[in-house]
Design a protein around this ligand. Structure first.
Ligand SMILES: Cc1cc2nc3c(=O)[nH]c(=O)nc-3n(C[C@H](O)[C@H](O)[C@H](O)COP(=O)(O)OP(=O)(O)OC[C@H]3O[C@@H](n4cnc5c(N)ncnc54)[C@H](O)[C@@H]3O)c2cc1C
Ligand SMILES: *[C@@H]1O[C@H](CO)[C@@H](O)[C@H](O)[C@H]1NC(C)=O
Ligand SMILES: *[C@@H]1O[C@H](CO)[C@@H](O)[C@H](O)[C@H]1NC(C)=O
Ligand SMILES: *[C@@H]1O[C@H](CO)[C@@H](O)[C@H](O)[C@H]1NC(C)=O
Ligand SMILES: *[C@@H]1O[C@H](CO)[C@@H](O)[C@H](O)[C@H]1NC(C)=O
Ligand SMILES: *[C@@H]1O[C@H](CO)[C@@H](O)[C@H](O)[C@H]1NC(C)=O
Ligand SMILES: *[C@@H]1O[C@H](CO)[C@@H](O)[C@H](O)[C@H]1NC(C)=O
Length: 536
């Protein structure tokens, strides 16, 4: 969340949305029948919010991270928000959506970049997992069961309660939801040591399109493979995940060194590309690029590169590694902070590392307006390429670009082990984000979006090709979409091959087998070709 926090956060969170759609009688019929169906199928009280409920808007907005999809004039708001208290109520929601032909969308942490968990252009209901967030840590076994509605911060907190030398390789940002993040792979500061979250999932409970609960045993190998990285919202509602916890040392070391262009940032970033993916797996050093003030010329803007890092070990060891691998950065002992792994998650979540641990439990209610895109880099970008990037960044007020190093354990896991395919040979991932104030209006939004499109076009020669890879959890509808979630094998491949590479084909096969009628769908879901008899 850190990178998104800015002054707008406050402004935007105070602004209450009031786009309202007249309740058409067909819509109210749907929800009357739907509610009846729900109470018949779940034998206990299921909390639901219709548009007339005074708490509807606060529930809808309580758990979202991007306001942009909500402000689009073609997007609808849900007919109904269901917040199940028990697994059986999720089953009932699926059964009733199916019976009444209403699209169902699942929301866990609400961080989808394009809002696919909370808007749609066809009438829909949301199953919000907010009340299904139990976490059971078995420190003896080194495993945990976590429900999809929990956030990663909650998970880290509960693990640390039991054992400070256990951790889990999931998000950098602590407010991200388990349900969406694990579904798309899910990376954090431990990825070079332990891979992504999906690599460390050992069992899952899911509600399928028939409303049945399946686990690893009963769902079979194919579906279990698909849901650990094939992206949320295509295969079912994942209720909970059993994960393998990983050992972390009692002491980790944190540091962030920031350099401007005048201080040699270009040379350092250039070198970083070569060294960061080859560091010992214990060292994670990402680069956050933002606009800053020149240190040499008053009033002039410059780029600042922050080398934001964690080492699984103590300062003494870290200084040795840095002296050997990256002396140019000039790391000194006074730049380093030794702490526990769980406190490193506060640091990456943009909380003070020595502040209260229960900051990890906060769920953000605020939201920004942003657009983001991703890229994967397989060959170092030449200095002249970086300089062109700087020039483009210097034209805008609020861009954030993050380079996240891969390598280490990521190189050892085969591309087809789980659907998340960005493995050996990937040096790093880029995320581009531009954030603005919704109140700046539609015209300004367009300018930011155009700026982003141009930046992405500029980067093409420097990044992966055929396909130009993208991270499914950095959802980007510019890569292609099917408005009603009914893409063909071919059209779905325009984004599917970029998110999943060669795994796209198997994902379509699994989808066609387990959800042939394409009940679980959204703008970029995995297509079912069962009804097409298409050749795949
Ligand atoms: C501020 C911010 C920081 C981020 N940091 C990181 C990071 O450090 N590492 C990283 O890997 N990613 C990061 N992301 C991206 C994040 O992983 C994705 O946005 C992810 O999809 C969010 O999951 P969610 O549950 O919060 O989102 P949601 O919006 O609730 O869901 C995302 C998608 O998954 C589907 N889905 C949700 N729950 C379920 C479920 N239980 N079963 C089936 N489908 C489901 C939804 O329908 C939707 O399509 C970040 C995003 C933001 C906004
Ligand atoms: C709305 O929320 C408030 C506080 O969370 C609660 O007391 C109230 O009962 C809710 N109202 C409805 C209609 O659900
Ligand atoms: C805590 O986890 C470590 C693994 O990092 C394990 O060796 C140790 O036995 C665990 N301690 C307890 C009390 O469970
Ligand atoms: C740059 O300087 C301006 C005005 O002096 C200040 O408001 C702003 O916070 C500074 N930006 C950064 C990134 O330090
Ligand atoms: C740092 O860690 C190494 C082992 O990784 C250990 O040998 C050394 O004693 C530690 N140094 C300090 C100052 O704690
Ligand atoms: C990764 O790829 C490189 C070169 O493409 C190869 O030499 C190496 O063996 C691969 N590593 C693994 C672990 O497969
Ligand atoms: C989906 O949209 C396409 C055009 O965008 C249309 O041809 C098709 O009939 C629609 N399918 C459904 C099931 O609504």
């Amino acid at each position: 969340m850190g990178i998104f926090s800015n002054a707008y956060l406050l402004v935007v969170s105070l602004f209450i949305f009031s786009i309202s759609f007249g309740a058409a009688s067909t819509t109210s019929d749907i929800h009357e029948n739907f509610l009846q169906c729900l109470s018949l199928n779940s034998h206990t009280y299921t909390p639901t919010y219709t548009k007339t409920n005074p708490n509807y808007t606060s529930i809808l907005e309580s758990n979202i991270y991007n306001q942009r999809p909500l402000s689009s004039s073609t997007n609808l708001k849900p007919i109904l928000i269901i917040t199940p208290l028990q697994e059986s109520q999720v089953q009932a929601s699926v059964i009733c959506s199916k019976k009444h032909g209403v699209q169902l969308k699942v929301r866990s942490g609400g961080h989808d970049y394009e809002g696919l968990s909370y808007v749609s252009d066809v009438p829909f209901v949301i199953v919000d997992m907010i009340n299904l967030r139990a976490i059971n840590v078995n420190a003896k076994d080194g495993t945990a069961w976590v429900q999809s509605g929990a956030t990663l911060g909650e998970l880290y907190y509960r693990i640390a309660e039991k054992n400070r030398t256990l951790g889990f390789p999931a998000a950098v940002c602590t407010t991200v939801g388990v349900g969406g993040q694990f579904s798309g792979g899910g990376y954090g500061s431990l990825l070079r040591k332990y891979g992504v979250a999906g690599d460390n999932v050992i069992d899952v409970r899911i509600v399928d399109a028939h409303g049945q609960i399946l686990n690893k045993e009963t769902m079979g190998e194919d579906l279990f493979w698909a849901i650990r990285g094939g992206g949320g919202g295509s295969f079912g509602v994942v209720l909970s995940w059993k994960i393998k916890l990983v050992p972390v040392p009692p002491t980790v070391t944190l540091f962030t060194i920031t350099k401007t262009l005048e201080e040699g940032a270009t040379g350092l970033v250039h070198k970083w590309q070569e060294v960061a993916p080859k560091f010992p797996n214990e060292l994670f050093m990402r680069v956050i690029l933002t606009l800053g003030n020149s240190t040499t010329e008053k009033g002039k803007k410059t780029i600042q590169a922050s080398f934001n890092s964690m080492y699984l070990g103590n300062t003494t060891r870290l200084l040795l590694v840095m002296k050997e691998r990256f002396p140019e950065l000039g790391l000194k002992s006074k730049d380093c902070t030794e702490t526990s792994w769980v406190r490193s998650t506060l640091y990456f979540g943009n909380f003070p590392a020595d502040g209260p641990l229960n900051n990890l439990l906060s769920r953000s209610k605020a939201a920004n307006t942003f657009k983001a895109k991703s890229d994967y880099v397989r060959r170092p970008i030449p200095k002249i390429g970086l300089e062109g990037l700087w020039r483009r960044v210097l034209t805008k007020e609020n861009p954030v670009i993050i380079f996240t190093p891969y390598g280490g354990r990521m190189n050892e896991i085969s591309e087809s082990e789980i659907p998340f395919p960005h493995r050996n040979g990937t040096l790093y991932m880029i995320m581009y984000v531009v954030i603005w104030n919704k109140e700046e209006g539609v015209e300004t939004s367009k300018k930011y979006l155009t700026w982003m499109t141009n930046l992405y076009r500029y980067m093409a020669p420097f990044v992966s090709k055929c396909p130009r890879e993208a991270y499914v959890n950095y959802r980007d509808l510019d890569l292609g979409q099917s408005k009603n979630g009914t893409a063909s094998y071919l059209s779905g491949g325009t984004w599917g091959k970029r998110y999943f590479k060669g795994n796209y084909k198997r994902l379509v096969q699994v989808k066609s087998k387990f959800d042939p009628e394409n009940f679980f769908k959204h703008e970029q879901s995995i297509p079912s070709v069962a009804s097409y008899r298409s050749t795949i």
